[in-house]
Design a protein around this ligand. Structure first.
Ligand SMILES: Nc1nc2c(c(=O)[nH]1)N[C@H]1C(S)=C(S)[C@@H](COP(=O)(O)OP(=O)(O)OC[C@H]3O[C@@H](n4cnc5c(N)ncnc54)[C@H](O)[C@@H]3O)O[C@H]1N2
Ligand code: MOO
Length: 404
């Protein structure tokens, strides 16, 4: 193995260590809060539920009196409570969500009650607290409901609404400039002029993956393999973005100008990672912006954005980072692998007889995007590992939000 290839964990640690979370914030209404990152913790200013209420349609009563006939003295509906205290030897007809009357300490489901005009007979044993949802049992007033750094899901938005919160302070969106590089590239929709042209698929794949991260994308199109054109794209990108991402031109070919341009306008932090695919990944500084140069091979671009750039983007966006979900599976077939790089092979996992099984799918060439389309996970094969036999344990990483 070349000593210059940085292990994946070291690359991730270096990127995480260097970038900082944005400090600018904005306040957004709840309806626009989905997928934004909280800039400060949210405290509950009230109890949820705000009062003891019934979990069932039935009768509110005192558990200690449940064995005797009880007189129905009134009704309680959600939003329309029973007024006053429950008299002795009586009960209140109550609906789900209605406030439990003062004095009552349990609710009996109507299915467990015999009703005869104005009286009921309870047909079951009753304990105080039965079918009562206590005030503050979901959220206690004064408690932290969500921490700063939380990316808001639909359920988080619902929690905030349940507290009466109409707007939240979030970290401003990350600005990501993106361009692809290569004389062979043609924009989809335009005709290919000759045999050695290809469609610029990477810019569309990467844009779509970035959309899942809810960043603002500054699309600079595709740039020719020309140092001057590249320099001007770099300059435009670094003026407008927090992070600049490019595809292709990071290898050692005569038309691979990305690295030199980065060195000229900024600095290269590292280049060449022990990852397969994606080895010629470049990371550096461009003025106030960060730069990630993804390799041109379509699968390498996908893997490096997902595995190396995504955690860094999340950190810059102010998010508290979680390690990706990794599971242990058994290899369903033998798997080709050479020691030297951590492989992210495209695979499929299934569950059979209580056991996860996984195997590579399609071609493992980094030019073959269809294998990613057929896969549902990465087979994460450790750097020092060699060929794997069927039945050996392997680590899999189910595709995350960027790839599903
Ligand atoms: N002598 C060496 N050659 C190569 C090495 C190496 O270490 N030594 N590394 C190989 C690896 S690994 C990769 S990955 C590629 C990376 O190449 P570049 O990032 O410089 O990209 P290009 O050479 O321009 O293109 C590679 C490949 O990808 C296609 N491509 C480029 N852009 C797009 C796009 N926007 N959409 C779709 N496809 C794209 C391009 O046509 C090439 O086929 O270098 C190896 N070579
Ligand atoms: O990164 Mo390259 O895609 O390993 O072939």
């Amino acid at each position: 193995m070349s000593p210059n290839w940085l292990p994946v964990a070291d690359a991730l640690a270096a990127m995480q260590g260097q970038v900082q979370a944005l400090t600018e914030t904005e306040t957004v209404p709840l309806a626009a809060a989905l997928d934004r990152v909280l800039a400060q913790p949210v405290y509950a200013s009230l109890n949820v539920p705000g009062y003891d209420n019934s979990a069932m349609d039935g009768y509110a009563l005192r558990a200690a009196e449940a064995a005797q006939p009880l007189k129905v003295v009134g009704e309680a509906f959600a939003g329309h409570p029973f007024k006053g205290e429950l008299p002795a030897a009586s009960c209140v007809r109550i609906m789900t969500g209605a406030q439990v009357p003062t004095g009552a300490d349990a609710v009996v489901m109507q299915e467990n009650v015999l009703r005869d005009d104005a009286d009921i007979e309870v047909q079951t044993t009753v304990t105080a607290g039965d079918n009562v949802r206590l005030c503050g049992s979901d959220i206690a007033s004064g408690s932290v409901v969500l921490n700063a750094g939380q990316r808001l899901t639909a359920v988080h938005v619902g929690l905030l609404a349940s507290l009466g919160i109409a707007e939240v302070k979030v970290v401003r969106k990350l600005r990501v400039a993106l361009f692809s590089n290569g004389d062979e590239l043609v924009v989809p929709g335009e005709p290919l002029q000759h045999d050695s042209q290809i469609y610029d698929s990477n810019r569309f794949t990467l844009t779509a993956m970035l959309q899942r991260l809810h960043v603002d994308i500054i699309d600079l199109g595709h740039i020719a393999d020309d140092p001057e054109a590249l320099e001007s794209a770099f300059k435009q990108a670094m003026r407008s973005a927090d992070i600049v991402i490019s595809s292709a031109g990071v290898s050692v070919g005569d038309a691979d100008h990305t690295k030199n341009t980065l060195a000229k306008l900024g600095s290269i932090e590292f280049w060449k990672i022990a990852i397969k695919p994606g080895k010629p990944f470049a990371f550096g500084r461009l003025g106030d912006a960060w730069f990630c140069g993804l390799p041109g091979n379509p699968v390498a671009a996908v893997v490096t954005l997902d595995q190396l750039v995504q955690p860094m983007l999340r950190r810059m966006a102010g998010e508290t980072i979680k390690a990706p979900l990794q599971l242990t599976a058994k290899a369903a077939t033998a798997i080709k692998k050479r020691p030297g790089r951590t492989d992210f092979q495209r695979g499929r996992y299934t569950q059979r007889d209580g056991q996860l099984w996984a195997e590579p799918v399609g071609s493992q060439s980094s030019a073959v995007l269809t294998s990613v389309a057929q896969a549902n996970c990465f087979l994460v094969l450790e750097q020092d590992r060699g060929a794997i036999e069927a039945g050996e344990s392997i680590t899999i990483q189910p595709f995350d939000q960027l790839l599903t």
